[in-house]
Design a protein around this ligand. Structure first.
Ligand code: GUN
Length: 281
C-alpha cells in the first residue's frame, strides 16, 4: 500500500505558489490579498483560520483576519463583505463556517462577489463548476482531486464512489471526478448497501464525518482511498476510513492527519491567486 503524503504534496504546491506570487509581484507591483472573516470563538475555527493566515503569509500573500464576537449582527457582516467586494487590494474573501444561528449562511455566501469567492460556495461558482466552466472550486475537494491526479493521472472510465453529499465536499467532488470522465456514484445516509457500492469502486472519497466508517472489507485490492474525515474520538483524531484495516487492502490511502488537510489550505492559497489573476485580465 502506498501512503499518499498530502503534507509533502501541499508543501510542493505552496513552493510553486510562492514563486508565482513573486512573479505576479514583479509584473503587477502588487500581491494577491486574502481576507478571512471569523465570527465567534469556536476553537477549531480559530485554529483553521490561524493556519490559513500563516500559510498565506508564507507564500507572500497579503493576509488579513477580521474577527467579530458571536453576538455580531448579520447586517454588520454583510456591510463588511460589501466593503471588501469593492476593495481592490482584496482578491479573495472567506467567511469561516459554521456561523452562529442568527446569521443566515446562504445570505452571507451570496453577498460575496463570485469573483472573490475563494471557497467556491457562491451559487454562481457552484453552477459554473457543474456546467464545466471556469470557477472557484471548493478547497477540500480540489485538494482531494489534486492528490488523486498526482497518484493516477488518467482517471478516464474509473469507477468512483463519493461517500457524503455535502455542498462543501461530496457534491463538488462528484463534479471534479465527472470532468475526468469517471463513472461517479454519490452515496449518503439513505444509501441501501454502502459496502456493496464501495466494493465496486476504483476510487473512494469518504467525506461523511463518521469515524472509521469505511472498513477493510469494503475496499477492492487496487482502490485509491481518500479520507476527508477529521473526527475527534477517545482515541484521538481519526478519519472516515478505518486506517489499519483499509491500509491492508487498498492500493493507496491518505492518512489523517497529513493527507487531505494540508491540501485544503494550499488550495485556498491557489484559489486566492487564481482570483487575483482573473481580476488582472
Ligand atoms: N469550515 C470548515 N471548512 C471550511 C471551508 O472550507 N470554508 C469555510 N469558509 N469554512 C469552513
Amino acid at each position: 500500500m502506498i501512503l499518499i503524503d498530502g503534507k509533502k504534496v501541499a508543501a510542493e504546491l505552496r513552493a510553486e505558489l510562492k514563486e508565482e506570487v513573486a512573479e505576479l509581484k514583479s509584473k503587477h507591483n502588487k500581491v494577491p490579498g486574502l481576507t478571512v472573516i471569523l465570527i465567534g470563538d469556536l476553537t477549531p475555527s480559530q485554529i483553521y483560520v490561524r493556519n490559513k493566515e500563516k500559510s498565506a503569509n508564507e507564500v507572500g500573500l497579503k493576509s488579513e483576519v477580521i474577527q467579530y464576537p458571536d453576538s455580531v449582527e448579520e447586517k454588520t457582516v454583510l456591510e463588511k463583505i460589501q466593503e471588501l467586494n469593492s476593495d481592490e487590494t482584496v482578491s479573495g474573501i472567506l467567511v469561516q463556517l459554521p456561523l452562529p444561528n442568527h446569521i443566515d449562511k446562504q445570505k452571507v455566501i451570496e453577498a460575496i462577489d463570485p469573483s472573490k469567492d475563494v471557497d467556491g460556495f457562491h451559487p454562481m461558482n457552484v453552477g459554473n463548476l457543474s456546467s464545466g466552466y471556469e470557477s472557484s472550486i471548493p478547497c477540500t475537494p480540489l485538494g482531494c482531486y489534486l492528490l488523486i491526479k498526482k497518484f493516477e493521472p488518467n482517471l478516464s472510465g474509473k469507477k468512483a464512489v463519493v461517500v457524503g453529499r455535502s455542498n462543501l465536499n461530496g457534491k463538488p467532488m462528484t463534479q471534479l471526478l465527472l470532468k475526468e470522465n469517471c463513472t461517479v456514484t454519490i452515496t449518503h445516509s439513505k444509501t441501501k448497501d454502502l459496502k456493496a457500492e464501495c466494493l465496486e469502486a476504483d476510487i473512494i472519497v469518504a467525506a461523511v464525518g463518521i469515524p472509521e466508517l469505511v472498513r477493510g472489507d469494503w475496499v477492492k485490492k487496487d482502490a485509491i482511498v481518500i479520507d476527508v474525515g477529521i473526527n475527534k474520538t477517545d482515541k484521538g483524531i481519526v478519519g472516515d476510513v478505518h486506517f489499519d484495516e483499509v491500509s491492508k487492502n487498498a492500493k493507496a490511502l491518505t492518512p489523517v492527519p497529513g493527507g487531505v488537510g494540508p491540501m485544503t489550505i494550499a488550495c485556498l492559497l491557489k484559489n486566492t491567486i487564481d482570483c487575483f489573476k482573473r481580476s488582472q485580465i
